[in-house]
Design a protein around this ligand. Structure first.
Ligand code: HEC
Ligand code: HEC
Length: 314
């Protein structure tokens, strides 16, 4: 009895091995057609695309040995064919500029939503996975495309002087304080950036920083109710793009703070709100109800403690 079962198992296994061997003779043809219009993009953008997208969306496909084993190779061949048909970075520059722009928006949206690169591909090619910082690079690049004001190199000195001044603390001799007691805190530059936001439309670059208490709350997943001592800062610059699509930081516009103190700021949802405008950091508190305006606009996220930013996992 036992011997018969063993024999059967042996036969089934031999048969499967035979099938696997035979299908190896049925191989799709892999070719890399000529590159006719290689995409031009800043090096940091192109590196990401090459690593994560080029295998299926270019004529520079690099196969590894297991991609060539049937039946995997059949699926790989299909992905490459469909991928190149959808769009091809090796023929990118042959597209009209407006079309390149639209397509790149779609590309970044696919990457941000996590549908690309294909899951079954990243499982086998983990190095193609996109990190948060990869996504931020792509987002920054595409948001520069949206902006019509182009970078004027004659103004570059003025703008970079302003940026340098900002980095040094805006050269201010005093610390401005808003009427509700929230003070400008120059230290935010040393805090961790928790997000850059989709300022796709209005041509500004916004970065949100969190102080140490905020970072700890994020780590401990305690952001439904940010603890006292949390400070969030949102800083905003103009964003300028040059002809190559490189992003330059323009004028410093403003910085906004939310300072958590449940008792002190009980009347304004537990947060102290303040905005300081222009490189001179003028408190935007002329209107006695200024915090109400902040709150009204943050109300859609009331259940998230009035905070929009969904912090990137630390
Ligand atoms: C393993 C192969 C593979 C990789 C790697 C890959 N894609 Fe794709 N992609 C495809 C295939 C296949 C399609 C077509 C899917 C369809 O039509 O349903 C596609 C379609 C798309 C589309 C839709 C285009 C259209 O016109 O419909 C976008 C956008 C896209 N991919 C972006 C990306 C980005 C960005 C990356 C890299 C971060 C990437 N893909 C990496 C295989 C891949
Ligand atoms: C027109 C609507 C609007 C108004 C008014 C507004 N905010 Fe915001 N604020 C937002 C949005 C939307 C975000 C999310 C990030 C983004 O898109 O830039 C945000 C983000 C922030 C953040 C980062 C934390 C978070 O919630 O993501 C701070 C800090 C902030 N705002 C402070 C203020 C202050 C202070 C005021 C008032 C002086 C104010 N905001 C007024 C819409 C508004």
């Amino acid at each position: 009895m036992k011997v018969i079962i063993k024999k059967k198992i042996y036969r089934v296994i031999s048969f499967l091995v035979l099938v696997v061997v035979i299908v190896q003779f049925i191989q799709p043809r892999f070719e890399n057609p000529r590159v006719t219009g290689d995409i031009t993009a800043p090096a940091e953008v192109k590196t990401i695309l090459k690593r994560a997208c080029f295998d299926c969306h270019s004529n520079e496909t690099k196969l590894v040995w297991f991609d060539r084993i049937s039946p995997v190779s059949w699926m790989v061949a299909k992905d490459i064919r469909d991928g190149r048909n959808a769009f091809n970075f090796s023929a990118w520059n042959n597209l009209p500029a407006a079309q390149q722009k639209d397509k790149f928006w779609e590309i970044v949206n696919h990457a941000l939503s996590g549908v690309m690169p294909l899951k079954e591909y990243t499982m086998m090619h983990p190095s193609a996975k996109l990190s948060e910082s990869d996504l931020a690079v792509l987002k920054n690049y595409v948001s520069g495309m949206a902006y019509t004001e182009t970078y004027d190199s004659s103004k570059a000195t003025e703008e970079s002087a302003q940026f340098n001044q900002w980095q040094k603390g805006n050269g201010i001799q005093f610390i401005p304080v808003a009427s509700n007691g929230v003070a400008y805190d120059p230290d935010y530059k040393n805090w961790q950036a928790i997000s850059t936001t989709d300022a796709f439309s209005n041509g500004t670059m916004r970065v949100i920083f969190g102080n140490a208490v905020a970072i700890r709350a994020i780590k401990e997943k305690n952001t439904r109710h940010w603890p006292d001592g949390t400070v969030l800062a949102k800083v905003q610059w103009d964003q300028l793009a040059d002809h190559e699509g490189n992003i330059h930081t323009g004028k410093f516009n403003q910085i906004e703070y939310m300072v958590k103190d449940e008792k002190k700021y009980a009347s304004t949802e537990g947060w102290g709100w303040a905005r300081f405008k222009t490189p001179d950091l003028v408190p935007d508190d002329k209107d006695a109800m200024f915090a109400t305006k902040c709150i009204n606009c943050h109300r859609p996220v009331k259940d998230l403690d009035n905070v929009f930013t969904f912090p990137i996992e630390q």
